[in-house]
Write a protein that binds this ligand. Structure first.
Ligand SMILES: [Mg+2]
Ligand SMILES: [Zn+2]
Length: 179
């Protein structure tokens, strides 16, 4: 990181790290194209609420479908542009996103890696915290699997297990210091 980089000299902010499948969109299994991307009711409101509270908003998603050859990294990027459009239509946005396309025993050799970014590894969260002015003490990850919570704790932030219902309520808990 450069000393004059974007993080330098700015006040630290709370951040909410959102898992994708099962939190933002319905987890239909290896969602790789817009036809199978179903925004969950309340997802946009949850992301919007985090921004309105002054938090940075990040998407942190494992996409081993890339390593399995179900879809490509370009497909994921296109899907995330589609997602951003849906969210923007409801006044919500992610400040940044990270995707892990790897898998230790991947069929595709290019993605066969025991990486640090695949949750429960902390790599994607750590990377975002290096790139943005994040206050770890006021930040949390919201995910629907224990691996999301484990990734958060490994990165030094809180982790909240999302079990359904209004995402906005989970965001409020995250920013109130729970988890
Ligand atoms: Mg999930
Ligand atoms: Zn990875």
């Amino acid at each position: 990181m450069r000393a004059d980089g974007p993080r330098h000299g700015r006040p630290l902010r709370p951040a909410v790290f959102f898992d994708r499948d099962g939190v933002i969109n319905a987890d239909l299994g290896y969602v790789g194209d817009p036809s199978r991307f179903v925004l969950l009711p309340g997802a946009a409101a949850g992301v919007r609420a985090a921004s309105a509270a002054g938090a940075l908003t990040f998407l942190v998603t494992n996409q081993s479908g890339v390593a399995r050859g179900f879809y490509t990294e370009d497909d994921v990027a296109a899907l995330h542009r589609h997602m951003a459009g849906l969210l923007a239509g409801e006044g919500a946005h992610f400040d940044d996103m990270r995707t892990c396309p790897h898998l230790p025993d991947a069929p595709l050799a290019a993605y066969r890696r025991d990486c640090a970014c695949r949750k429960p590894g902390p790599g994607m969260i750590v990377d975002l915290m290096a790139a943005w002015p994040v206050d770890p003490a006021r930040s949390a990850m919201i995910g629907d699997k224990p691996s999301d919570v484990a990734a958060a704790r490994a990165a030094g932030i809180r982790g909240l297990l999302y079990t359904g219902g209004p995402l906005e309520a989970a965001v409020a808990r995250a920013l109130a210091g729970e988890g």
